[in-house]
Design a protein around this ligand. Structure first.
Ligand SMILES: CC(C)(COP(=O)(O)OP(=O)(O)OC[C@H]1O[C@@H](n2cnc3c(N)ncnc32)[C@H](O)[C@@H]1OP(=O)(O)O)[C@@H](O)C(=O)NCCC(=O)NCCS
Length: 137
């Protein structure tokens, strides 16, 4: 059970912890990690980074992508760490005036909870990645 954590924008000193967390899920996440400035982190009172998620915004406004959503083992048991991180990224996208956010995932059921809809599924190395889009208007 995870109690007493906060969601906040990442700081530069979080970068090694974010990187370590993303690298725990090589089968799930692209190992090219977004810049630390793109991340929100979930941090316990004693400073442990137990989750992260990034909103990567490209030059093209419609190219914004939700990336590197991961919650540490032991904290990923439906206590909303992942949900709060995803919602923070969506809110940031709205505040930036974006029209939509993309996500590529093999967990489409999870992302549907936040308003993402499936666009297409590609199979690479036997792992199905679904492209999903969350439109704001
Ligand atoms: C997927 C992941 C981010 C979920 O984080 P989490 O903090 O455990 O999930 P939450 O607490 O936000 O879960 C909220 C709800 O979604 C459900 N849920 C959790 N993982 C789910 C999944 N993979 N598929 C569907 N539903 C899921 C929970 O059961 C919970 O349901 P409830 O509200 O009915 O109790 C986490 O399990 C993880 O890090 N997985 C490995 C990396 C990964 O797959 N990232 C996403 C793909 S890019």
């Amino acid at each position: 059970m995870t109690e007493g954590y906060e969601i906040r924008p990442a700081r530069e000193q979080d970068e090694p912890k974010i990187s370590a967390l993303v690298k725990t899920k090589p089968e799930k996440l692209l190992q090219e990690i977004p810049a630390w400035q793109d991340f929100f982190v979930a941090v316990t009172k004693d400073g442990k980074v137990i989750g992260c998620a990034a909103l990567q915004v490209s030059d093209k406004k419609e190219g914004a992508e939700l990336r590197s959503v991961v919650v540490a083992e032991g904290h990923n048991c439906g206590v909303m760490v992942g949900s709060r991180l995803v919602r923070a990224c969506i809110q940031k996208g709205k505040d930036m005036g974006l029209g939509q956010i993309k996500a590529r995932t093999d967990e489409p059921r999870y992302f549907r909870r936040f308003g993402f809809l499936e666009v297409e599924t590609t199979t690479k190395d036997k792992v199905g990645k679904t492209l999903m889009i969350c439109k704001f208007q």
